[in-house]
Ligand binder design. Structure first.
Ligand code: FES
Length: 320
């Protein structure tokens, strides 16, 4: 299992935040201060039957007495969000990871454009708090199917940035993403979280932007993420510290093969989303399939997510 330290948290309050979105406020079960978190960070929440789900922390990261989460009821819930929506009550205990962050806000960004879709607003709310506290220029465009589905609107309105709400049912359709990205100021960094269709549209509209301008947070991996490509006949992985080598066939992940051979690699999501299984690469060229590493980190070939990423070269050498 994951080596990430666990926190014993207690539900201090729970309630409806918007249609199919619940707000959960968690405090330390012992009443103490909680570990600090960065804007954009998330908790990995342990749920029954071995499930782990990742939820962004919404509140101001200067607060050390609570974590506020927003949990959307997923239409295709695999048990996580439906369990929380049905079972959460004040006083219940939850075991969670310490806060982790794969969606870092660049503290040197001159100004920030936050693009939210549906429940994807959650990591962006904590970013808005951070910007507001530091008088960093920020604006948010928040799209959802209807106004009733927009969560944390009151929190955002109080922060004083430029907030534009786009309800599809009021505007006759989806947000014009191309026009929005075109409206970007020259010094503005873009942070986007929402459904895959929104993030794909932002990525396409911003494809010519310089590296480091666009940032995404993925909650779910598209289904093709772990599919071997044609021509993938498997590859060898040398384990430098263990003086061992394993073969990864086309239908198994590096993580699965390592587990099969008795190696304990920390993991959580197994979908390339959380960063827990990040492993140093000593030699070889990884075929990155994750949603965590930035383009510059991929280019450096320094690490890979062994739960989904594969190899371009015939051999990889890992620091294991
Ligand atoms: S286990 Fe989450 S990225 Fe690999």
């Amino acid at each position: 299992m994951s080596a990430v330290s666990r926190l014993d948290l207690q539900v201090a309050s729970v309630g409806a935040e918007a249609l199919d979105v619940m707000r959960i406020e968690l405090v330390a079960a012992d009443g103490g201060a909680l570990p600090a978190f960065e804007p954009g960070a998330h908790l990995a929440v342990d749920l029954p039957e071995g499930m782990t789900r990742h939820y962004s922390i919404v509140n101001d990261n200067r607060e050390r007495h609570r974590y506020v989460l927003g949990v959307g009821l997923a239409r295709d819930s695999r048990g996580g969000s439906s369990y929380l929506h049905r079972q959460m009550r004040c006083g219940m205990r939850l075991s969670c990871s310490a806060p982790a962050n794969n969606f870092r806000l660049d503290p040197h960004a001159a100004s920030v454009l936050l693009i939210a879709g549906g429940i994807g607003v959650t990591p962006l709310v904590s970013m808005a708090h951070w910007c507001a506290a530091r008088h960093k220029p920020w604006r948010m465009v928040y799209a959802a199917r209807s106004r009733q589905r927009m969560a944390f609107g009151d929190d955002l309105r109080q922060l004083g940035g430029a907030l534009r709400l786009h309800a599809d049912d009021e505007h006759g359709g989806a947000l014009d993403v191309a026009a929005l990205v075109q409206s970007r100021a020259p010094d503005e960094q873009i942070y986007c979280c929402g459904p895959a269709a929104l993030m794909d549209a932002v990525a396409a509209a911003g494809s010519a932007l310089p590296d480091g301008v666009l940032h995404f947070e993925w909650f779910n991996a598209p289904p093709q993420a772990q599919t071997p490509e044609r021509g993938d006949d498997g590859f060898w992985v040398d384990l430098r510290r263990s003086n061992d080598a394993v073969f990864v066939p086309p239908d198994r992940s590096v993580l699965e093969v390592l587990e099969q051979h008795g190696y304990e690699v920390p993991f959580s999501c197994r979908e390339g989303l959380c960063g827990t299984c990040e492993t140093p690469v000593c030699e070889g060229e990884p075929d990155h399939r994750d949603y965590v590493l930035a383009p510059s980190e991929r280019a450096s070939r320094g690490t890979m997510m062994v739960c989904v990423s594969r190899a371009v070269s015939q051999r990889l050498v890992l620091d294991l």
